[in-house]
Design a protein around this ligand. Sequence first.
Ligand SMILES: NC(=O)C[C@H](N)C(=O)O
Length: 310
Amino acid sequence: MVNTGAVVSILTTGGTIASRGFAGGARPDVRGDDLVATIAPTDLVLRVREILHVDSSAILPADQDAIRLAVDAEFADPDVCGVVVTHGTDTMEETAMLLDLMHDDPRPLIMTGAQRPADSPDADGPTNLSAAIAAAADDRSRGSGVLIAMGGSLTPARGATKLDSGALAPFAEIHPGLARPVLPRTCIARARVDLLSLYPGVDPELLDWSVSRGADGMVLSATGSGNTHPEVVAAVTRAIDRGVVVVLCSRVPRGHVIAHYGGGGGAVDLVHEGAIISPWLRASQSRIALQVILAGGGGRPEADAFFGTA
Ligand SMILES: NC(=O)C[C@H](N)C(=O)O
């Protein structure tokens, strides 16, 4: 049931939904209040706060923390029935994951954005924003964690990924029905977690470089079900010896990561050296989860416990 007259908070952060085209390319240009002024009339009370004004490809961990803190501040108000966050789609899966990891309130938290700029004749932003606001005021969204409202669909944040750079409904729930363990609140900018893509011929010293730059954690986007070259495994051993927490993911969108192959470079070898398997989550979202765990003072045991249920 949609709660007419209820208060919905809208936090704006930029993205295509707030962008207009310029000679130098599209960029965020529409202020929060003007963005909300584009939607169809509603019976709800809309409260708008502009948090950021960035293309989400340029968002930083401190910005993501600012969004999360702003969400918490809205939910501290008992009059608020739900919160909407407008955000660029490029990194929405990361910010949505961060918010979902700490969303222990049953009230709806909905993210939305757009694929076409606000000055496009067929801009999708107003429709998406209206749908997100309706979902934020809808009892059926309660207790569902963070949801992404785009192109007529509502996608659970956990397990979601941007699968299409142009489609109006770009997010897919790669692994439906994932468990939603919630983690203690913390600011992720405190921890550095690097995501390294593995491929034939990757230089294992990239991992050593990451350690030398102060990485607290490392996520490997490995090939297949979680495999790589034996020399990368040796670099993983060096990283773990230096106290870095290493999580193993796959660059393959579907299917799980599993310790099946050995031979010196397989997931069996990586696990033997101390890497933790993230069975289902995409590397982008695994990286955020590891960052939350490490920023909160956790280490290998906490990461093991989280990814064992994720
Ligand atoms: N569709 C979008 O929002 C893409 C944009 N580059 C952003 O992520 O901010």
